[in-house]
Design a protein around this ligand. Structure first.
Ligand code: UGA
Length: 432
């Protein structure tokens, strides 16, 4: 059992803390938000994440998981300090490390000899050394404090499963003894452990996210071409996926990728390339295809509405950036709602997460708590997120409620022939 501090109780920190406690470590999880800490101490989980409430309750009951306010309070007694604070996108696309800097300065004076500071948040190449320098400048004894990169590969919605059953654990550290100590935290997991130079570990994270984003933009571009040549992208993706070198995953076309990771990390990697003097035009193309894909959804809705969106009532199902999360950050669906409003449509939205923050994010539209209420009087229904519950709704009832039964299925979730039998005008992505 090791004593671990986790700084930041957001999506990454909370999962990391709860899972490390589940693996038997004594974890103190710190956040700057006192109200959040108070709620977490009572076992109230502020985010929607499958399996997380159970692990937090287990950790609280076993006393292997505690929550405190302030990074220094957690770091003072820790053998390992995981930095899990946000690294948002700066104005020029680069990752903004100001939260990391604040935490490094706060914890430096209290770190005990032998403590290892671990960068878990996604940080650009060079950040392990940057954190080391910051700690030194802020008074940490660098001859006895280790720093390592240990990037996370957690997907929202399945992050507990991803943490406990990882494809790999990557540790970037140029001191082999420290790398071994970090790897021992994960020794009960059945996963390959890859120890690299810090810069390579940092690059693995960005390159992985950029590659997955590339797959998505590629299949979206193929889907658009399928529409032009009367092919069906679902069949194309399946035929490609059977090739082991390609695989089935991340070949689902849609409104473009979103969320707190891919848009930010692709922009940051592009910025790294620009600073390094490398013309990463492939990645630039991936980002451009993604932007155009968001906009393509507006074109489709406009067409379904008969050519203009001015004054047209539109229903939207699904606002989060993907299903099974309550996260609205950089959601393609939110982009679509805002653009529809800009074009003069009146928009009524329903989202299964029931998150009240959605009302603020899509202000100007109406947020309702029932999918049938959302479609009442609508001329077009846009299904923008692949929540499973949408499959099982009563589409005869939906058709009756709508002013005209036109449907954009931006996730290819529904069966077009069933809907056409119900007299819907159905439009998917890349399906003839
Ligand atoms: C992503 C990565 O998958 C994780 O490995 C990584 O740890 C995480 O970013 C991060 O850097 O923290 P996440 O953003 O939670 O995870 O979501 P994904 O499931 O990867 O989906 C990202 C976006 O791509 C969503 O908008 C989703 O709808 C879209 N997507 C995904 C598609 O449009 N098609 C697909 O086939 C797959």
């Amino acid at each position: 059992m090791s004593r671990v501090a986790v700084i930041g109780a957001g999506y990454v920190g909370l999962t990391t803390g709860a899972c490390l406690a589940h693996l038997g470590h004594a974890v103190v999880c710190a956040d700057i938000d006192a109200e959040r800490v108070d709620r977490l101490t009572k076992g109230e989980i502020p985010i929607m994440e499958d399996g997380l409430p159970e692990l937090v309750t287990e950790g609280l009951e076993s006393k292997r998981l505690q929550f405190v306010v302030g990074a220094a309070n957690a770091a003072a007694t820790a053998e390992f300090v995981f930095l899990c604070v946000p690294t948002p996108q700066g104005d020029d696309g680069s990752a903004d490390l100001s939260f990391v800097e604040d935490v490094a300065r706060e914890i430096a004076p209290v770190l005990r000899p032998g403590t290892v500071v671990v960068n878990k948040s996604t940080m650009p190449v060079g950040s392990t050394r940057f954190v080391q320098r910051l700690l030194g400048e802020a008074g940490a004894a660098l001859d006895s404090i280790g720093v390592a990169s240990n990037p996370e590969f957690l997907r929202e919605g399945t992050s507990v499963r991803d943490f406990l059953h990882p494809n790999r654990v990557v540790i970037g550290c140029d001191n082999p003894e420290i790398a071994v100590r970090v790897s021992e935290l994960y020794k009960s997991l059945d996963a390959p452990i890859l120890v690299t130079e810090p810069a390579s570990a940092e690059m693995i994270k960005y390159a992985s996210n950029a590659f997955l984003a590339t797959k998505i933009s590629f299949i979206n571009a193929v889907a658009n071409l399928c529409e032009a040549v009367d092919a069906d992208v679902r069949e194309v993706a399946m035929g490609m996926g059977y090739d082991n070198r390609i695989g089935f995953e991340f070949l689902h076309p849609g409104p473009g990728y979103g969320g707190s990771c891919f848009p930010k990390d692709t922009a940051a990697l592009l910025h790294t390339a620009q600073v390094a003097g490398y013309d990463f035009s492939l990645l630039q193309g991936v980002i451009e295809v993604n932007r155009a894909q968001h906009e393509r959804m507006i074109d489709k809705v406009r067409r379904l509405a008969g050519g203009s969106l001015e004054g047209v009532p539109i229903a939207v199902w699904g606002l989060t950036f993907k299903a099974n999360t309550d996260d609205l950050r950089d959601s393609p669906a939110v982009f679509v709602v805002r653009r529809l409003l800009e074009e003069g449509a009146t928009v009524r939205c329903y989202d299964p997460s029931g998150d009240e923050r959605a009302a603020r994010v899509v202000s100007g539209s109406e947020l309702v708590a029932d999918p049938y209420e959302a479609v009442a009087g609508a001329r077009v229904l846009a299904l923008l997120t692949e929540w499973d519950e949408f499959r099982w709704l009563d589409f005869a009832r939906v058709r009756e409620a709508m002013a005209s039964p036109a449907l954009l299925d931006a996730r290819n979730l529904l069966d077009p022939s069933t809907l056409r039998r119900l007299h819907f005008v159905y439009e998917g992505i890349g399906r003839s």
